[in-house]
Design a binder for this molecule. Structure first.
Ligand SMILES: [Fe+2]
Ligand SMILES: [Zn+2]
Length: 447
């Protein structure tokens, strides 16, 4: 990797630290505007609770078409007037019921300036704009402004964290064994509390194991439909991973007894499915003291990526910036798509993992990237194969594993297909449905 690329990367991951800090000494108070300061809070750097509602401590105009707003946590952000006007939330600008925008963005004067602005008694920012139909009044909530202000300063769209959702928790073997993200079938299917617990596990850890699921054909779809629409693929609404002692001509390596290396599914699609569910219909019981193989394992790709970012930043950069082609020939068709192995946002936060050596095409691109890519790919792969990274166990009939397929890698140890029968039924869904429903549970529990 070139020095130039590395320095670019350092700039990116260092962005977090470049946000503007309000220095009280820099304030030039202008008295010709409606200016309001709650000065006692300026410069205070006490621990900030991110859930605490934001307060505005300072507002003042800049030389450009913007208003600078200072917040309780010393964040200072420039809000362009056109942006503020365009995001008015009054009932003329936003439909009160559908919450959809009615304001015609295109017709706004790009050089618009407020007639006046001030903080209300409740701490809201009130702006009066010139308008052909008389004054137009906008009110802005400080917490809402703070959220977007942070985005402006971090120069990152993705960094605008949704406060209604807690942080996802990366895990290794010991952590996940302690947490044991298990739920019971009836609990999830019949109670809201059970559903919430299931969603919470999938959201936070990217993985949930449901026990006691009836071994009926199609039951995996039934469970998926508790939370998401089933995403039909070329394999149908659901698919079988079957290994019988006698089987000829397997169409897929998963149908053999071979070791199935860690992978995420269907990276060759435009968007690989976010949610996968696998129901164990049949498995030979594990014999005590004897390994029959065919153990399932799961690894948190976010955890491995975080490790890589910390220990080998240049390799992290390589995997987040080298496009890899995934390809599969199936049903007389060729599916093909390019992905980054690690998809990170501008702040370096990992968003998605696309990893499957079986379907990866030969690397393309400039020759000086080849060695660096192999080095990074191997580091990432070696770390996920360490026993400390893997959550490994024998699925028993009636176990259903639901996982975030763009985060958690899965695989299976080898077994002797002459001795072992194994049957999993699986299906896919959209992970958004999990997030959206979990978020709505969180919102309601806050009330
Ligand atoms: Fe798979
Ligand atoms: Zn308005």
């Amino acid at each position: 990797m070139s020095l130039k690329a590395l320095s670019g990367f350092c700039k990116l991951v260092g962005k977090n630290s470049t946000r503007k800090i309000l220095n009280p000494a820099n304030f030039k108070i202008k008295t010709d505007r409606n200016l309001h300061i709650t000065g006692s809070r300026l410069g205070v750097t006490a621990a900030i609770d991110p859930k605490q509602p934001a307060t505005i401590t300072k507002t003042f105009p800049t030389a450009h078409q913007s208003l600078q707003i200072g917040f309780h946590d010393n964040l200072a952000s420039d809000f362009q007037f056109i942006w503020l006007r365009d995001n008015c939330k009054c009932s003329k600008c936003v439909h009160p019921d559908s919450k959809q925008k009615m304001l015609d963005t295109v017709s706004l004067d790009i050089n618009i300036k407020p007639k006046s602005y001030h903080l209300t008694e409740k701490g809201m920012l009130k702006i009066i704009w010139p308008d052909t139909e008389g004054d137009h009044v906008s009110l802005y909530d400080p917490t809402w402004l703070h959220k977007y202000g942070k985005g402006f300063e971090l120069d990152s769209h993705e960094s605008i964290h949704d406060d209604n959702l807690p942080a996802m928790i990366p895990w290794d073997r010991d952590t996940i064994q302690q947490i044991k993200p298990e739920v019971n079938y009836e609990e999830v299917m019949e109670t809201e509390e059970g559903l919430k617990k299931w969603l919470e596990n999938i959201y936070k850890y990217g993985l949930a194991i449901m026990k006691g699921v009836p071994r009926r054909t199609g039951e995996v779809i039934n469970v998926m439909e508790r939370v998401a629409y089933v995403k039909k693929t070329k394999w149908g609404s659901s698919f079988d991973v079957k290994c019988e002692p006698v089987q000829n001509d397997p169409k897929h390596l998963a149908f053999t007894g071979m070791y199935l290396e860690h992978h995420t599914d269907m990276n060759y699609l435009e968007k690989s499915p976010g949610l996968q569910a696998l129901l164990c219909m049949k498995a030979n019981p594990a014999i005590e003291g004897e390994s029959i193989g065919g153990q399932s394992f799961f690894v948190d790709g976010f955890h491995i990526a975080k490790w890589l970012r910390k220990e080998h930043p240049s390799s992290f950069h390589v995997l987040t910036s080298t496009l890899v082609e995934f390809k599969i020939h199936s049903h007389n068709m060729e599916y093909c798509n390019n992905q980054y192995v690690l998809h990170a946002n501008k702040s370096g936060d990992i968003q998605e993992v696309h990893y499957n050596t079986r379907t990866m095409s030969p690397l393309k691109g400039p020759k000086d990237t080849v060695q660096a890519f192999y080095g990074a790919y191997q580091l990432f792969g070696q770390k996920m194969r360490e026993p400390e990274s893997e959550y490994i166990f024998n699925l028993v009939p009636g176990d259903l594993v639901a996982f975030n397929n763009r985060r958690v890698l899965h695989g299976r140890t080898s077994f002797d297909p002459r001795k072992v029968s194994r049957h999993l039924e699986g299906c896919y869904g959209d992970i958004d449905e999990v997030f959206v429903q979990y978020k709505s549970f969180m919102k309601n529990s806050d009330k």
